[in-house]
Design a protein around this ligand. Sequence first.
Ligand SMILES: Cc1cc2nc3c(=O)[nH]c(=O)nc-3n(C[C@H](O)[C@H](O)[C@H](O)COP(=O)(O)O)c2cc1C
Length: 459
Amino acid sequence: MKIAVLNGSPKGEVSVTMQYVHFLEQRFPEAEFKFFDVALKIKKLEKDDKAFQEIISGIGAADAVLWAFPLYFLVVCSQYKRFIELIFEKNATPVFRGKPAACVTTSINFFDYTAHNYINAVCDDLQMNYFGSYSAEMNDLLKTKERQRLKKFGELFIKAIKEGTPAIRNNKPLVAPEVVFEAEKITPVETEGKKVLIVVDNLTENPNLQKMVERLQQTFSPTAELVQLKDVDIKGGCLGCIQCGFDNVCVYEGKDGFSDFLNTKIKTADIIFIAGAIHDRYLSSLWKCFFDRSFFNGHTPFLKDKQIGFVISGPFNQIYNLREIFEASMGVQQAGIAGFVSDDLGSSAEINIALQSMASRSVAQSKLGYISPPTFYQVAGNKLFRDAIWGRLRPVFQADHRYYKEHGMYNFPQKHYKWRIINSILVLLTKIPAVRREFIKRIKVEMIKPCANALKKTE
Ligand SMILES: Cc1cc2nc3c(=O)[nH]c(=O)nc-3n(C[C@H](O)[C@H](O)[C@H](O)COP(=O)(O)O)c2cc1C
């Protein structure tokens, strides 16, 4: 049995993820694992069709495909994303059809499931027999119980390959919107001193996107600034070297214009619109590259207090996972969301209304400094980062550690001494049956008591 391993780490063989695949390779000698470093070699694969076709033949000769990759900004890295785009662009899809597939990822478990949803959907689009996803925390391989778990996953996958088990499809094919968007009824929105920036990957690639972006740009008075990512000097995707962890300086600094672009354009804007077209189940790999390369800011919220809107062409409303990725990313960034407008939301007239409404909302929210309260994404995400940076990741992410300390983000519950004392006393007292009865009787009233005090306040 041959398994083609599509390595999605920009670090190639020197990758944490690959060690998990080597574990499977050792445990299942009956399977021959063939490794393809598609993320590391993406530039060559883009230019050299022969090199790309060799990989496709390797996949064709295999009995199954293992997508093995690290999490990069809730999905795959931009280089891997580009490889997936090439499969569709170069019509290499037939070799994938009907082939069993699975994915193994390593991460710190921050939105690992959105990456799994993504790759599952890509496999469904490729009509593969998707068996399932395995999310390993970076250090799981060091734990006996986790090695046993991974081995079981391997066993089940190999059984599915042998038996040709059909996939349970989780994603329907996407239907592209047919609407032709035409701008109409523009009511100017005064920016009132707020700096509005629209960033699009490539304006000329998609007529609806171009017209929606131009309509939005003209809605603002003065007109919003427009930047195309294709014009930004970006030499390549994030290399995963983590050199930036020390002091937020990217390894590309001085070699290309990305850090400069982020620091001077993005960080100085009050309102930012992210505009692009759907490519497979995400935006383009260029947009993915933007997010990956922003990693030089570590886990600090570089979009904090900005208002972010999305202008998307394509079947966005059929990809709930993508909305979740953006909502979660912006939540963790402590940014406000002005809205999502895509050309699959309705007629041209409805899209016009939505763009108009998003423009006014972005300014109104920005003026008030309104950021919606944190939901599970931000609350849970921040706790996960807090614990990781305080703990094991601190030597690598020293800049994050400084930021977290300075901004009160090390808000561990153990530090709430008053409540620790109150809790200990209450827990002890409620062991007495009469006190417990009284406690239960009063619990509802006691819960709203602090609100009564808050309601008396004027602010
Ligand atoms: C640019 C970048 C983005 C990352 N994004 C995520 C993420 O969204 N979620 C997560 O849990 N880990 C994230 N990580 C951590 C990596 O997924 C993790 O370190 C992984 O084990 C690296 O695997 P590799 O050595 O095979 O490349 C990110 C790392 C980098 C460098």
